[in-house]
Design a protein. Structure first.
Length: 247
């Protein structure tokens, strides 16, 4: 992925990691379209110079409608960043403690990106160079027990990214997996997590890695390598205990 001269659609970028990256992409000379559900935030971002699209990534109809709008308004769109996600704790002792949360999490975190890719795949393949960025998590490699389904969906996003990268190899579409560690955002209890890294530091590192590694399959800041390579190093159980507060 070249870091400038792109037209990006980033659903789920009205706050947190998505917004931090959207602003940095815009500052690098890219045209950035932000998608989200909250109209008031979208209007504020429009005033900052972003394109905006109302989208609920849990709703297939909303995804189709937003894709139609974005492609019509930005026919040179060449980058999709699958950023939207939810992270909610679950209690698996009773169905009431986890089932509805698990279903919502799968719908947003896994079916959402799949539906978005389906909505944009023809547009992306029509461009001479295009990119799909799928956002997974360090929890794809070492899960957090209290957010079991979130961790599972991010593991699925990792596997999905690996597989579709091969399928898109005969096209102009590059598939990049962005793998955040715990970052200080509004997601779950990250603001209180002592291991969480500052949002601005993470976003700056991501942009630097994208610039220095334009052919990368994965974007891994240093802090996420503890989880990403735990199996490879042979210390998975130790890292699992650390992530889950067992040591």
């Amino acid at each position: 992925m070249h870091i400038t001269g792109n037209t990006l659609f980033i659903p789920g970028a009205t706050s947190g990691i998505g917004l931090a990256l959207a602003r940095r992409f815009k500052d690098r000379g890219n045209r950035v379209v932000v998608g989200g559900r909250r109209t008031e935030l979208l209007e504020e971002l429009r005033e900052e110079g972003f394109g905006v699209a109302h989208i609920d990534t849990a709703d297939p109809t909303s995804i189709t409608r937003a894709a139609t709008q974005v492609i019509a308004e930005y026919p040179d769109l060449d980058t999709l960043v699958n950023m939207a996600g939810i992270m909610v704790a679950e209690d698996w002792h009773t169905a009431e403690g986890f089932l509805s949360v698990a279903e919502d999490t799968v719908n947003v975190n896994l079916l959402g990106p799949i539906r978005l890719i389906a909505a944009f795949t023809e547009q992306l393949q029509s461009r001479p160079a295009a990119t799909i960025v799928n956002v997974s998590s360090g929890l794809a490699s070492v899960p957090l027990a209290r957010t079991a389904t979130y961790s599972a969906t991010k593991a699925a996003i990792h596997a999905l990214s690996e597989a579709i990268r091969v399928q898109y190899a005969d096209t102009s579409v590059q598939v990049i997996e962005l793998v955040p560690p715990v970052v200080r955002t509004g997601l779950a209890d990250t603001a209180r997590n002592p291991r969480a890294i500052p949002l601005d530091d993470f976003a700056d590192n991501v942009i630097a890695l994208l610039e220095s590694q334009p052919e990368a399959h994965e974007i891994l800041v240093d802090q996420v390598k503890l989880q990403r390579y735990a199996e490879r190093r042979g210390d998975y159980e130790k890292v699992f205990a650390l992530i889950n507060g067992q040591q």
